[in-house]
Design a protein around this ligand. Structure first.
Ligand code: NOJ
Length: 859
């Protein structure tokens, strides 16, 4: 059945079918074309598509003037094409949200035609003795629609209602020469408002709703929802009747369908917008209109105040509800929900050209608004994806498309999607003059440069960045469902907040300034946690009680997930170091009494806490020390334990664990420097420990000596044999180089001898040829200079059995980081390159030189 709260975790992509892809070359996008682009949408990572109105319409308000609620505009295909699109989207797990435009219809809608005739007829009889024109003569059934619209004899009613399209309309009333009456319209005069005081309108609207939901549509955007009712002496917005109707509609939808969503378009101040959630019984979602311009303001003012201020004014919403967040959409960047000063400011900084202004807003796309600054585009998107709500991306903004405000109305932001540098931006094969709107040829945003094909090939493009951010956001429920808490670093140019959900805590930090900034953030309540930057997976310094200092480049941003310390450290912290009741003597330690304690209690816990133990997820059945080899003949010398770990299923493994004892100050020093190396404590008044000998410098020297002097060390069942290359033996003086243990995350232990030698102690021991050693040795012997050369090894030999390599000594090569990190990075970049060349590779049946290919040829 799916999650009924799916809309909370959604990432929505808004598009008009006519703008997206033209499959039949008529210059207009269509459903078949859209179908062809589902791969693109899926790769972008969005989870739902919001389709702008696609119904039959005279298109004088881009389809928000609906002439027939029950069909598809023939320019975009047929109802079957829509159904095929819906099925294909669902198959890919993408939800589909469509438009329920119920405040008004087109004046071409048969409902209006009938209504105006019905209104005209009695009037005509009354005034001119029955000589009504044919167009105005009511026919059968027209009278059922008489009160479908808001008719009046006078345009003087409801004077307190504002005019929304103030650049185009001077009144909310229009004279209908057919009806010979005025009708009410909140938008264009060719869009008469439906009359919600008429219960028949409710029924008609429910039928429209059912028609599309029955087909499988997942969500409905409720266009212009605050304006359904009119009452004298009010602004005719947000009236109680509207909310009552919305509750009724919601109950109707809930009773007939499951997992559907209603999204209110209520361009209102937060407290009025919140009312559209009701008590969780009106709409599921509602756009947060006031936040949007304030994100732009905060960026321009380089001050976090506008964002914090509006979100602090936003009341909490019911648990089953969610804000819809956006930066841009198909309309102008609306400035209705800002103060006059704020509007002046926005016009001054974002719409210097008066042509960019329309109604109470700015008709520009995201990239041109931000002067095409990649940093600013990323910054605003990061904010969008971090805000408490579901993000909505407007088509084309993911590649930074430009606009063309010379096209009139809001068409400048509705030009064809730019797919490639080909004719018509790859959108259509039509004659360029036939396109529904011209493609963008502004030199800065020309489709030959800004298009999907180019960006797909370039992993540094905005498109790739958007994909990564979307994918990352989806990893954390804290973003989609979590609480919001502002942090107030001393620097007001830095916006910082927490998003928290269950065990997840994300810290978002954003530098709104065009200059580098530093900020001290109070994270003291998370002292001990490690912030991991989510894109790099790099761990930042541990949080302490003191303010956390961050430096940020111009317009930089961070998403940190707080980790309660690394796993290993947590394990070693939690592990209570056990006590052994025995003398501090390795010779007798494995005597009967203690062996059982060590094997059954001490080692299983210890080994699980070790970074190098790779089988943490397996069920340990038993542990046995199967060999012990003292490293020298000295009394109580460190020794190698070979520890056999057997599991509930699968083959056992053998691990090398060099152990040693230490007492007094030396023991305390090890406990401080390497707490995870302490295996057990000996009972008694003096501090004495059993620990991993790797952490003792003297032991490391002995390992080195064993190789250099080609010594042997006898154990119970076999012996350790030191091997050294002649070059190593000849070049070492009497004094061995000083050593240190390397701290990297590894499954083996590495030691460095004065940047001259690198010694690797293998933890998991395997019989037979060790490719690491063999390859290094072979290449060194053949004089190959591009690998760290072989210097020595320690092998464990036992009768006729194959020998086991325990240590490898190589020349050290100075490096900035270890091979593991380097490999991870290279593999990551390799995959990016492959994805960047996806289109080319898909055309090749088999990549040349594929391993599989070679094997088949041989076989
Ligand atoms: C809101 C839509 O977003 C806008 O494009 C349209 O013009 C008005 N409603 C009127 O339908």
């Amino acid at each position: 059945m799916g999650d009924p709260l799916w809309y909370k975790d959604a990432v929505i992509y808004e598009l008009h079918v006519k703008t997206f892809c033209d499959s039949d070359g008529d210059g207009m996008g269509d459903f078949r074309g859209l179908n062809d682009k589902l791969d693109f949408l899926q790769e972008l990572g969005i989870t739902a598509v919001w389709l702008l109105p696609f119904y039959p319409s005279p298109m004088r308000d881009d389809g928000y003037d609906i002439a027939d609620y029950f069909d598809v505009n023939p320019n975009y295909g047929t109802l079957q094409d829509f159904q095929a699109f819906l099925a294909a989207a669902h198959e890919r797990g993408l939800r589909v949200i469509t438009e329920l435009v119920i405040n008004h219809t087109s004046d071409q809608n048969p409902w209006f035609q009938k209504s105006r005739r019905a209104v005209a007829t009695p009037k005509a009889f009354g005034t001119d003795g029955g000589h009504a024109s044919a167009a105005a003569t009511a026919v059968d059934g027209d009278h059922d629609y008489k009160d479908f619209y808001v008719w009046s004899d006078t345009p003087e009613k409801y004077k307190d209602a504002r005019i929304i399209f103030k650049d185009f309309e001077t009144s909310n009333w229009a004279w209908d020469p057919v009806a010979k009456a005025y009708y009410w319209h909140r938008f264009y005069s060719h869009q008469p408002d439906l009359n919600f005081d008429n219960p028949a309108v409710h029924e008609a609207v429910e039928k429209v709703c059912d028609f599309w939901l029955n087909m499988g549509v997942d969500g409905l955007r409720l266009d212009a929802i605050p304006y359904l009712y009119e009452r004298e002496g009010t602004t005719c917005e947000n009236l109680p009747g509207t909310h009552e109707f919305l509750r009724k509609l919601r109950a109707h939808v809930d009773a007939k369908f499951s997992n559907r969503m209603l999204l209110a378009e209520a361009n209102q101040w937060p407290e009025d917008a919140v009312a559209y959630f009701g008590n969780g019984d009106e709409s599921h979602m509602s756009f947060h209109f006031p936040l949007m311009p304030r994100m732009f303001m905060a960026l321009q003012m380089e001050d976090r105040f506008p964002i914090i201020d509006i979100l602090e004014q936003t009341p909490p919403i019911p648990d089953n509800c969610q804000w819809a967040m956006f930066l841009r959409n198909h309309d102008e960047l609306t400035l209705e929900m800002v103060t006059d000063e704020e509007r002046d400011y926005m016009y001054r900084v974002y719409a210097t050209d008066p042509l960019a202004r329309i109604n109470l807003g700015i008709r520009r796309r995201l990239a041109p608004l931000l002067a095409n600054s990649r940093r600013k585009i990323e910054l605003l998107n990061i904010m969008l994806f971090s805000m408490p709500g579901t993000p909505i991306i407007y088509y084309g903004d993911e590649i930074g498309m430009g606009d063309n405000f010379y096209l009139g109305d809001r068409n400048g932001c509705r030009t064809p999607m730019q797919w490639s540098p080909d004719r018509n931006a790859g959108f259509s094969k039509a004659n360029p003059q036939q396109l529904y709107l011209p493609v963008t040829i502004d030199p800065e945003y020309h489709y030959e440069a800004i298009n999907v094909e180019n960006q797909q090939k370039n992993p540094s493009s905005l498109l790739w960045w958007m994909r990564r951010v979307i994918a990352m956001r989806k990893n954390f429920k804290a973003f989609s469902r979590g609480s919001l808490e502002f942090l107030y670093p001393d620097n007001a140019k830095v916006l910082a907040f927490l998003r928290r959900y269950e065990k997840e805590t994300i810290v978002v930090v954003v530098n709104l300034s065009r200059f580098a900034q530093s900020a001290e953030i109070d994270l003291s309540r998370f002292a001990g946690c490690v912030p991991m930057e989510v894109f790099s997976r790099n761990r930042f310094p541990v949080i302490r009680k003191s303010p956390y200092l961050l430096t940020l480049n111009p317009h930089a941003h961070y998403w940190f997930v707080l980790q309660p310390q690394t796993e290993a450290r947590r394990a070693s912290k939690k592990r209570v170091v056990p006590t052994i009741n025995a003398p501090t003597d390795l010779n007798t330690l494995l005597a009967d009494g203690q062996r059982a304690q060590i094997e059954r209690e001490i080692l299983p816990n210890y080994i699980r806490s070790c970074r190098w133990f790779g089988a943490k997820a397996r069920n340990i059945r038993g542990i046995k020390i199967v060999e012990q080899v003292p490293i020298s003949s000295e009394n109580n010398a460190a020794r190698f334990w070979f520890v056999e770990v057997s599991y509930a299923d699968g083959t056992p493994e053998i691990y090398a664990l060099p152990v040693e004892t230490s007492a007094g100050d030396a023991a305390r020093a090890i406990g401080r420097a390497a707490p995870h190396a302490v295996i057990a404590r000996f009972a008694g008044p003096e501090e004495a420990i059993l620990f991993d000998a790797v952490w003792d410098a003297a032991f490391r020297q002995k390992l080195f000596r064993l190789m250099l002097d080609r010594q042997r060390a006898r154990g119970k069942g076999g012996e350790l044999v030191g091997v050294a290359s002649d070059a190593c033996v000849q070049n070492i003086g009497a004094q061995l180089p000083a050593s240190q243990v390397l701290g990297g995350e590894q499954s083996n232990s590495s030691m460095l001898f004065e940047n001259k030698f690198f010694l690797k102690l293998y933890r998991k021991l395997e019989d037979g040829v060790n490719p690491d050693v063999e390859v290094t040795r072979f290449l060194t012997e053949r004089g190959f200079p591009h690998v760290p050369s072989f210097r020595g090894a320690i092998e464990y030999r036992r009768g006729k059995a194959e020998s086991t390599v325990v240590c490898l000594l190589q020349s050290a090569v100075a490096s900035e980081r270890d091979g593991w990190a380097l490999t991870l990075d290279s593999v990551g970049r390799y995959y990016e390159r492959v994805l960047g060349r996806k289109a080319d590779l898909q055309n090749q049946t088999t990549p040349p030189g594929a391993l599989l290919d070679a094997r088949l040829r041989r076989g």
